[in-house]
Design a protein around this ligand. Structure first.
Ligand SMILES: NC(=O)c1ccc[n+]([C@@H]2O[C@H](COP(=O)([O-])OP(=O)(O)OC[C@H]3O[C@@H](n4cnc5c(N)ncnc54)[C@H](OP(=O)(O)O)[C@@H]3O)[C@@H](O)[C@H]2O)c1
Length: 248
């Protein structure tokens, strides 16, 4: 069902983006691997995907800049042909509490984590508006949207905006586009932390089991290919959102 479809995945060269790219590639999806600074891993991933028999090429853009964001979708479309899927995975995750937050912090997080996904989604819709073509978008959210992430306040606000945009774009850009979200729990430790960070979190999860990048990639793949699902957010987090929601 996904074979021969085409996808753009942002921040696709490493970590969760890479796992999603490999899973989609195994299903026969042709891929544009967007990156910002990770050109070497992006090239290596594309070579790996080609070795698996699927077409892939890397494409650089800084989603922190308006110009880079505006150009990316059209460039991907021009290079790969009509796109079927968009995965808005690229993100920044800086620490910082409300006490120190400046407008510039909020702006930087909103730009990469919410505005860029929105601009890409809108560019996708503008391409296929009024045609018989259909597209599917998945936005990467975060399970901590439920309780609020005070240690990453600007990040939290930007992901909350993206969650609302998931709903609004699903409505406004239908029937051409379906737009859904995946809200991961911690499956990879943030930079500077090791697996002990995940072990501590796992002990508190209702399911008491660790999640892996493949769990997130599977949810992304499902939503991309689910023709009767839009405006939905799937929490892939071992049940953590239930606890964050205030339940003991
Ligand atoms: N990891 C987790 O356990 C977890 C938990 C909850 C939610 N999530 C969400 O899941 C998604 C993937 O998580 P992750 O941990 O794999 O992400 P990540 O490693 O923190 O970031 C993914 C990519 O985003 C790209 N990026 C950052 N700033 C950019 C910019 N200005 N322009 C373009 N690209 C930029 C980077 O690309 P380059 O390397 O090319 O610069 C980076 O490789 C994110 O949206 C994250 O919020 C992850």
């Amino acid at each position: 069902m996904l074979s021969k479809k085409t996808a753009l995945i942002t921040g696709g060269s490493k970590r969760l983006g890479r796992e999603a790219a490999l899973t989609l590639g195994q299903a026969g999806v042709r891929l544009v691997i967007h990156y910002n600074s990770s050109g070497v891993p992006a090239e290596a991933l594309c070579a790996e995907l080609k070795g698996m028999g699927t077409d892939a090429f890397p494409l650089q853009a800084d989603l922190g800049s308006t110009e880079g964001t505006d150009a990316l979708f059209d460039e991907a479309w021009a290079r790969m042909g009509p796109l079927d899927f968009l995965v808005n995975n690229a993100s920044i995750f800086p620490t910082g509490r409300l006490e120190e937050m400046e407008l510039g912090d909020l702006h930087r997080n909103l730009q990469v984590n919410a505005w860029a996904p929105f601009v890409l989604t809108r560019a996708f819709w503008r391409r296929i508006r009024g045609t018989e073509r259909r597209g599917s978008v998945v936005n990467l959210l975060d399970t901590r949207l439920v309780g609020g992430d005070l240690a990453h306040a600007a990040y939290h606000l930007s992901k909350a905006t993206l969650k609302e945009l998931t709903k609004l774009t699903a409505l406004e850009f239908s029937p051409e586009l379906r737009v859904n979200g995946v809200a991961p729990g911690a499956v990879l430790p943030p930079e500077g932390l090791n697996d002990a960070y995940l072990d501590d979190l796992t002990a508190d999860l209702p399911l008491k089991t660790r999640g892996y990048p493949q769990d997130i990639a599977d949810a992304v793949t499902y939503l991309l290919g689910a023709p009767f699902v839009t405006g939905q957010v799937i929490f892939v987090d071992g049940g953590r959102h239930l606890r964050l929601g205030g339940n003991p």
